[in-house]
Design a protein around this ligand. Structure first.
Ligand code: MG
Length: 257
């Protein structure tokens, strides 16, 4: 099931996206599917008639995982860490499909990073790997925009990875997905730059969620970004980055200075 958040003309609502590509409709849900389940109201819209929003604004946090694909660690001259390397992005970094990413004045080297994002569905802590499926709501595409220059000069990554608009997500949340073998691709102005597969992740979804939950209580709507495959690069004013993950869909965002 594909859960989207959208506006037509007034307040944001959630909906279920149904139908084949090009003919999708959105069946409106009453209330918040993270807390009250999926109950459709009977109202439907054509997908082209709604504006999609970030499918969730995390209640508390986005947890990022660094260097989870060996080839990507290598391309930036880094070793693969001995355990998952975590960082945080604030929920104010989250924007939706088509929203502009605003390059911060303090950086001249902002990079795109296409990533599979895990959306948490239940409050949880210390989740064993074999029970991780019970706490996952679904999956979406994320772009972990990173100010590479500041990442190198600051002692930690808060500013480099947490600036406003640095975390586009969408286009919706797919609730049923096997994440073992999914293509993760990215195009800079239509040119394929990232072409990875989740089967190359050093730590898979179950290990990551379990590991992260040992450090943080996870809340419904929290996100875990699972790392980016090789092929990252810089992006500048006026360019656009589009991500596609098998079984989810496409997320595209323009970049502005
Ligand atoms: Mg990343």
């Amino acid at each position: 099931m594909r859960i989207a958040r959208f506006v037509v003309d007034s307040d944001p609502a959630f909906g279920v996206v149904e139908g084949n590509e090009g003919e999708e409709e959105v069946a409106v849900i009453s209330g918040d599917p993270f807390f009250s389940g999926v109950q459709v109201t009977g109202v439907r819209h054509k997908l082209e008639d709604v504006r999609l929003l970030a499918p969730i604004i995390p209640r508390s946090k986005v947890v990022g995982i660094g260097r989870n694909y060996a080839e990507h660690a290598q391309e930036l001259g880094n070793e693969v860490p001995p355990a998952p390397l975590m960082f945080l992005k604030p929920n104010t970094a989250v924007v939706g499909p088509g929203d502009p990413v605003v390059l911060p004045a303090f950086s001249d080297q902002v990079s795109f990073e296409a990533e599979l994002a895990v959306v948490i569905g239940r409050i949880c802590k210390d989740v064993p790997a074999e029970r991780v499926d019970d706490v996952i709501f679904g999956y979406t595409c994320a772009n972990d925009f990173t100010a590479r220059d500041v990442q190198k000069t600051d002692n930690q990554w808060a500013r480099a990875k947490g600036f406003d608009t640095s975390c586009p997500i969408g286009p919706w949340i797919e609730t049923e997905l096997d994440t073992e073998n999914l293509g993760v691709r990215g195009w800079l102005d239509g040119k394929l730059t990232q072409d990875g597969n989740t089967s190359d992740m050093i730590w898979g979804v179950k290990e990551l969620v379990s590991y992260v939950s040992q450090a943080f209580t996870l809340l419904p709507g929290d996100l875990i970004l699972t790392g980016t495959p090789a092929g990252v690069g810089l992006i500048t004013d006026g360019q656009r980055y589009e991500i596609e993950i098998d079984g989810i869909g496409r997320l595209s965002n323009p970049v502005r200075r």
